[in-house]
Design a binder for this molecule. Structure first.
Ligand code: MSP
Length: 517
């Protein structure tokens, strides 16, 4: 074990009923950026993602595909795993709930809940939505045109009546409210915390945690015919990945409790109500935060398979590259809000900030250095107030970026980094290094040196979001030390470092033709 601080970030594990789409890529992207940021900031990071493979929804999807559930899961899980590589995600683990280690872990958790008296046997009769894998109270349902009943999410529900084990969720009402009261950042953003609070204040019923009418899942220990409710199975993945039930193991010791579970707003209740209640019942430490992000629509419409408007992350990567896709998703919409995806907004944003912004700044600077400074980082003279101001503001921006990242405010972190690139642009316009070439070549060297050092630091800060492009930029400047400890004037670049003829890092995109939209 090292003495470095630790950071554990997770994504939801994805249902393998269908191939991955932009919503899945978005959730994992956010976790990836946090993981990369923390690694560069000196933390030991565990970044977990994976697939949720049990339950009726998956059993039925496998049936529909004409495959046995395990073969079906193997096939679809691979697609999610492939996406992690395609999007350049740096996850340390990819967990699957059909793994043996997980079965052991969740069965152990169940036994602990049972031993501590929080599980009892009874009969469930009520509404269930297979699509949401959720139980709904009669009062929550909405009626369709033909009188059929739907979940508040719009998913169909069916009547279920069967023997079932229950978890005493009702015993945790006060403890949960106390948790939210004492840890106002346990659920973020704040508006979501209020939603969770009022749900709990409305009263909690005990939760049915086993099913007996299908078989695809983890068997309840010692209770023939009972399969664990898929959400208790799924949530336990966050412990399994750390070696649970071995609470003395190195990963568990180092990384539990999780620093943040990133989830979509649709699955907040499971993470902010059920999950802490299970953990309290098992007397395990609680995660520090659950952050619920919003949903993407596509050109104003809800994304759905039946509308045929699902955004395929592979198609975006193919058209615009990985980094532009990553940048757009996190820069355009405050994390936590819903966002609308449009190609026009994508192209405008990436052209403005990437090719015209950072791209143009670095291309201009490195070309001038290549051409006028013998293709080497120039030596520098005494720094003026303007030089010092530019560099010290960049140094200070690290602290701002840290604060934003600490609150998962990716768009603000990016804004803070990019405002440094704009400051460097203004600095060029004021200093006019192209004029200095004739009038004061030594000052030109200093100006270009300062600019190169500014770009070095901006690229270091931008790495978590645009890892490949930042790496290309840093490589063009011969920079090998890329951690955040390199931010600041104490870590100057080395004059004399060769600068190859620079190549543009950020392509410019054409606006989509309106009639193709
Ligand atoms: N299997 C459960 C999670 C179990 S975690 C212990 C699950 N899986 S899911 O595949 O349906 O969804 C996973 C994530 O994708 C959710 O966080 C959800 O919010 C996200 N998204 C699905 N569609 C989305 C959009 N259109 N936009 C943004 N994210 C969306 O739920």
């Amino acid at each position: 074990m090292t003495g470095r601080p630790s950071y554990y970030v997770t994504t939801p594990i994805y249902y393998v009923n269908d191939k991955p789409h932009i919503g899945h890529a978005y959730t994992t992207l956010a976790a990836d950026v946090l993981a990369r940021f923390k690694r560069l900031d000196g933390y030991d990071v565990m970044f977990l993602t994976g697939t949720d493979e049990h339950g009726q929804k998956i059993e039925r999807s496998a049936e529909k595909a004409g495959l046995d559930p395990q073969t079906f899961c193997d096939q679809v899980s691979t697609k999610f795993k492939d996406l992690t590589a395609a999007m350049n995600f740096s996850n340390d683990q990819f967990i699957r709930t059909t793994e043996e280690r997980h079965k052991k872990s969740v069965q152990h958790l169940w036994s602990v809940l049972e031993e501590k008296g929080f599980i009892y046997e009874d009969r469930y009769s009520g509404w269930y939505s297979v699509r949401d894998e959720a139980f709904y109270a009669e009062s929550e349902l909405v009626e369709g045109e033909g009188g059929e009943k739907f979940a508040p999410t719009g998913a169909p529900v069916e009547w279920v009546e069967e023997p079932s084990y229950f978890f005493k969720l009702s015993a945790f009402e006060d403890k949960l409210l106390e948790l939210y009261e004492n840890n106002p950042d346990f659920v973020m953003p704040k508006s979501r915390l209020n939603e969770v609070k009022s749900f709990v204040k409305g009263g909690l019923e005990d939760l049915s945690v086993s099913r007996t009418t299908f078989t695809w899942g983890v068997p309840v220990p010692g209770a023939d015919g009972h399969i664990m409710y898929v959400w208790i199975d799924a949530l336990a993945n966050y412990l399994t990945a750390l070696g649970y039930p071995d609470e003395q193991g190195a990963d568990y010791q180092k990384f539990w409790p999780a620093d943040v579970h990133i989830v979509g707003k649709d699955i907040l209740r499971f993470h902010a109500v059920y999950w802490p209640a299970f953990l309290m019942a098992a007397e395990l430490p609680l995660p520090k935060r659950v952050f619920a992000h919003g949903w993407w629509t596509n050109e104003g419409q809800k994304i759905s398979k039946s509308l045929g408007n699902v955004i395929d992350p592979y198609e975006l990567i193919e058209s615009y590259g990985i980094d532009a896709t990553r940048f757009f998703l996190l820069r355009e919409v405050p994390f936590g809000n819903d966002g609308d995806f449009s190609r026009r907004a994508f192209v405008l944003r990436c052209n403005a900030d990437l090719s015209n912004g950072l791209g143009n700044l670095s291309q201009r600077t490195l070309s001038m250095i290549h051409k006028n400074c013998d293709a080497k980082i120039p030596p520098y003279g005494e720094l003026t107030n303007d030089d010092n101001e530019l560099l010290s503001n960049i140094e200070k921006s690290l602290e701002q970026v840290r604060e934003h990242m600490e609150r998962q405010a990716f768009h603000l972190a990016l804004e803070a980094i990019w405002s440094q690139a704009s400051a460097a642009d203004s600095y060029i316009s004021v200093q006019e290094p192209w004029k200095l070439k004739k009038t004061d070549p030594e000052r030109m060297n200093t100006v270009l040196y300062v600019l190169a050092d500014a770009i070095r630091q901006i690229a270091i800060l931008a790495q978590p979001v645009i890892p490949d492009s930042a790496a290309k930029l840093l490589a063009q400047m011969g920079i090998e030390d890329r951690g955040f400890d390199q931010i600041g004037q104490a870590n100057h670049m080395l004059p004399g470092t060769p600068i190859p003829k620079p190549e543009g890092v950020f392509p410019r995109f054409d606006l989509p033709e309106e009639d193709n939209e």
